[in-house]
Ligand binder design. Sequence first.
Ligand code: HEM
Length: 404
Amino acid sequence: MIGDAPRMDKATLPSSYPLSRTCPLDPPAEYGRLRTEEPMHRVRLDFDGSTVWLVTRHEDARAILGDTRFSSDFAKPGFPARLTSQPPGPGTFIRMDAPDHTRLRRLLVPELVRKRVDALRPAIERIVDELIDGMLAAGPPVDLVDAFALPLPSRVITELLGVAYEDRAFFHETTKVMGDQHVDPQTRLTVRNQMRDYLDRLVAVKEAEPADDLLSRLVQRREKAGVSRAEVLGIATLLMVAGYETVANQIGVGTVALLEHSEQVEHLRAHPEAMPAAVEEVLRHQTVIDYGARRVATEDVEVGGRLIRSGEGVLVVLAAANRDEEVFAGSDRFDIGREPRDHLSFGFGVHQCVGQVLARAQLEIAWTALLRRLPGLRLALPVEKVAFRHDMFVYGVHELPVTW
Ligand code: HEM
């Protein structure tokens, strides 16, 4: 077409959320139109009919996530509280504001800094190798989700928390059920209680016999930091919830994206040193926190030329911000040479992912080993047949049959 594309009629902008994807490896096409036409846009949430601001531009996303006048507290009126039939328990600081958020996060941060994660790398490499040994022993085709993507973060968390070897199978099975949205609520509740009781006993073990692990150190440092025992239990649960499904699905959908770009995979095989940059591009292009980062305004605040009133809910669509042309030229192109420093896949501001160094390490080690040890790795079915996780809080794949 010659000349400018016609400006979109406001009436054609989406009025409800979530939106559907047309291509499973790209966010809904409407995000692009919203970013240029109406970057701060009111939509009705399908699950309860409430109205929120949908934020699709990178600049506005950072402005909101970096502004503590936007609250993460689920209990605040106006908060877009999907999936939260139960109020978050003690220690769940992802859903809190200062000063409790600061006090609890501060206890955990030293445990997930680069030095600690580097010390954990040999253990992650060992786990990855054992999982690939299992895949090789089973022979192709193998479901990468079940054989690799789910057990990896689960076993890394057991390593981190200092779970005894004989309890690992219980821990893995329980985490899997807790993360499965298809399990009936009663089973989920029973399993949640089993996990809570298990962690309670684990904390008692660490109190009696502290070892060289994260949970022992939290138990020892908690009193001085003004953190209760119940809050330590909550932090341990939060680590499992926040660090399991995210990593598993990032591996799942990230592997699809990589395998769909075979020439880039060949480059990575020949140049494993390019993996850290490739991981950043996978994180940007395949943003698994699909629903968005949720906030509620606690004061009237102007963002992107619009006035957000106190008590209004906000959904910062990280997947849309990560495709903003103003920041990432040719943003829909998957390009492992891009080095996208400012992507928002781990959020931004005071709640920015505290596990991001650990997440990056797992992704890097996982894909390096998969490409090295399974040189013929490819999907065992056409990509159109892959079961993608549409309408889930965390996007990804339900299963991923692969061969090599
Ligand atoms: C690819 C993997 C991961 C992704 C995409 C991811 C993404 C995110 C995002 C977007 C947030 C911010 C939420 C908000 O602002 O409302 C967050 C927070 C958080 N993440 Fe992650 N995460 C990942 C892995 C992990 C891991 C491995 C851990 C720990 C074991 C972890 C623990 C947390 C915690 C505790 C928070 C809350 C931080 C706070 O509220 O101060 N995450 N994550």
